[in-house]
Design a protein around this ligand. Structure first.
Ligand code: BGC
Length: 492
C-alpha cells in the first residue's frame, strides 16, 4: 500500500499543476514557431494552407500508411455542401518482410494494391470525369518534411515507416505508380493528425485543432501564418497554416514524472525523447502499470513468494488490457482476474489484490487524461480560445481520434471533465471535444480535394470552382468575369 500511495502522490495532477503544464505548452509552441529546434515540440509547418471547406466535390483517393498496415479509401463528394455521396475503404496488412525491406519495395506493393482497388471503382457509385486525373491524399503517422513528405524520424519503431526515414516517399510512390500504369497524382501528403483535423473541419467549420490519442499521440492546429516567424517562405493567401506539433516530445519540469517513468525512459529506444507521449499514449501506459505491479511483487510479495516471471517482460501488459481491467464492473473483478492469469501468468488472485491492480490502472489513466486536457488548454491559450469576449458567440471544436480515445471510455470521460474544469464556468460550454469517428479515413482524400490541381478551373458545368479562397493559382479576373456573365444570363 505504501508503494501504491507513493505512486499516487507522485502522479498527482491538481488543477494548479495542470495550468502550469498548459502554460509551458503554450511557451513551447511560441518557441517552436520562432526557430527550428528551439522547442521540445516539433511545430512542423505542414503543406496544408487551406483545409476543406465542405464545398469540394468529385472523386478523391486516400492512402493512410500505418505501422503494420495501410488503408486505401475513396470518396465521392457531392455538389451540395458537406455531402459525402459514397465512400469505401480497404485495409491491407504489410507482409513482415516488407516492414524491414526497402521503401521502394513497399511503394511497389502499395501501388499493386492500389491498382486493384482502382479497378473496382465502377462497382460502386464512383465516377471520375474523363478529362481528369485521379488525385490522392497520402497520410502517415510520423513527423515529415513539408514539401516532399519525407519522414524525418520514426517515433514508433518496428513499423513500415522505419525503412522510409529520409526517403522521399511521394517521389517513390509516384515512380511506382508511373511504372505500373496507375495514373494518379499525389495532391497532398500529411501527418495522420492533420488528416483528422481536415476530416473534422470538412464536417464542422469550428474545428480548429485535432488530437490523436492512440498508440502514438500528437496534436495539430491552425495557426496564423504571420505568427510563424521561423518561416521565410511566401505567406499563403489564406493567411493560415496547419502546424503539426509533434506534442509527444513535449517536456516540462511540471510533468509529474515517477521513478517508473524514468525507468521506462532509460530502457527505451529513444531515451530522453517523447516525454509527454510516454505518459499519455497507448504504447506506454500499460507498461507503466506493469512496472508498478513489478515493484509491488519484488518488494512486498504482492503476488506471493515469487515474482511472476512475465511481469518482468517489458510491454507484456498492453494498454487495451489495462483498459479492460479499469472497466471491469463485475463484483469479483473477473476480467482483472483473467487478464492477470492469461497475460501475466498470475493465478488465484484475491479480490483485494485485484482492487489494487485496478487502482494502479486508474492512477495511470487519470494522469494521462488530465495531462492531455492540459495540453489541449495549452493550444487553446496559444490561439486565444481559452477566454470568451463579451457579446461574441464563440465555438471551438477539437477533433480527437485514436484507439485510446475511442475505446478507453473512463479515460475519455476524465479528459473531457478535466478540460471543463480547467476552462471554468464561462468558457467550458464554448469548447467541444468531438470524436472524429471514421472521418479520418477520408481526411487525406479531403485534403487532396482542397489541394486539387483542378480547383479554380472551369468545371464540367461551366461554373468556376473555387473552394480555396486562398488558392495560389486563383485568378480573380476570371472569377469576376464569370460572375458578371452569370448575372446577365440569369436576367435574360
Ligand atoms: C508520431 C506522430 C503521429 C502520432 C499519432 C506519434 O508517435 O510522432 O507523427 O501523429 O504518433 O499516430
Amino acid at each position: 500500500m505504501a508503494i501504491l500511495k507513493e505512486f499516487e502522490d507522485m502522479s498527482d495532477t491538481p488543477l494548479g499543476k495542470l495550468k502550469q503544464v498548459a502554460e509551458a505548452m503554450t511557451v513551447e509552441m511560441h518557441a517552436g514557431l520562432a526557430s527550428e529546434g528551439g522547442s521540445t515540440l516539433g511545430m512542423l509547418i505542414s503543406s496544408v494552407d487551406n483545409l476543406p471547406t465542405g464545398n469540394e466535390h468529385g472523386l478523391f483517393y486516400a492512402l493512410d500508411l500505418g505501422g503494420t498496415k495501410f488503408c486505401l479509401s475513396r470518396v465521392q463528394l457531392g455538389r451540395k455542401k458537406r455531402r459525402v455521396l459514397e465512400q469505401e475503404s480497404t485495409e491491407v496488412s504489410i507482409p513482415p518482410h516488407m516492414m524491414v525491406g526497402t521503401s521502394k519495395g513497399l511503394c511497389d506493393f502499395i501501388t499493386e494494391e492500389l491498382a486493384t482497388f482502382v479497378a473496382t471503382e465502377g462497382d460502386g457509385d464512383f465516377h471520375i470525369s474523363p478529362s481528369r486525373q485521379r488525385e490522392m491524399g497520402f497520410s502517415f503517422s510520423c513527423p515529415m518534411t513539408r514539401t516532399s513528405g519525407t519522414p524525418i524520424k520514426c517515433t514508433k519503431h518496428s513499423s513500415s515507416i522505419d525503412g522510409a526515414v529520409d526517403q522521399d516517399l511521394v517521389a517513390q510512390l509516384t515512380q511506382s505508380m508511373k511504372s505500373k500504369g496507375v495514373d494518379m497524382r499525389v495532391a497532398a501528403v500529411v501527418n495522420d493528425t492533420i488528416r483528422t483535423l481536415a476530416g473534422g473541419r470538412y464536417l464542422n467549420n469550428d474545428v480548429v485543432a485535432a488530437v490523436t490519442l492512440g498508440t502514438g499521440t500528437n496534436a495539430a492546429y491552425v495557426e496564423c501564418a504571420n505568427a510563424i516567424s521561423k518561416w521565410h517562405g511566401v505567406l499563403p493567401k489564406s493567411g493560415e497554416m496547419v502546424i503539426n506539433m509533434e506534442w509527444g516530445n513535449f517536456r516540462s519540469v511540471h510533468l509529474p514524472l515517477t521513478e517508473y517513468d524514468h525507468a521506462l525512459d532509460v530502457e527505451s529506444l529513444n531515451v530522453g525523447e517523447q516525454s509527454f507521449g510516454k505518459i499519455i499514449s497507448g504504447k506506454y501506459m500499460g507498461d507503466i502499470v506493469r512496472r508498478v505491479l513489478l515493484k509491488m511483487a519484488e518488494e512486498a510479495d504482492f503476488f506471493g513468494d515469487t515474482v511472476p516471471s512475465k511481469l518482468r517482460i517489458p510491454f507484456t501488459l498492453r494498454t487495451h488490457e489495462m483498459s479492460a481491467m479499469h472497466h471491469d464492473n463485475s463484483p469479483d473483478l473477473r476480467v482483472v482476474g483473467s487478464i492477470l492469469q492469461d497475460i501475466l501468468g498470475i493465478s488465484n488472485t484475491s479480490l483485494t489484490t485485484r482492487k489494487v491492480v485496478v487502482e494502479v490502472c486508474v492512477i495511470v489513466a487519470e494522469r494521462g487524461a488530465r495531462l492531455s486536457a492540459a495540453g489541449i488548454l495549452g493550444i487553446l491559450k496559444k490561439i486565444g480560445r481559452e477566454t470568451v469576449k463579451k457579446g461574441v458567440k464563440q465555438k471551438t471544436v477539437i477533433a480527437i481520434d485514436g484507439g485510446v480515445f475511442k475505446h478507453y471510455s473512463e479515460l475519455t470521460k476524465c479528459l473531457e471533465n478535466t478540460l471543463k474544469e480547467l476552462l471554468g464556468e464561462e468558457v467550458k460550454d464554448t469548447v467541444v471535444i468531438e470524436h472524429a469517428n471514421d472521418v479520418p479515413r477520408i481526411g487525406a482524400a479531403l485534403i487532396a480535394a482542397s489541394h486539387s490541381q483542378y480547383n479554380d478551373m472551369k468545371s464540367e458545368t461551366g461554373v468556376v470552382v473555387s473552394n480555396q479562397v486562398s488558392s495560389k493559382k486563383g485568378n480573380p479576373f476570371l472569377y469576376i468575369s464569370v460572375c458578371i456573365a452569370l448575372y446577365f444570363l440569369s436576367r435574360r
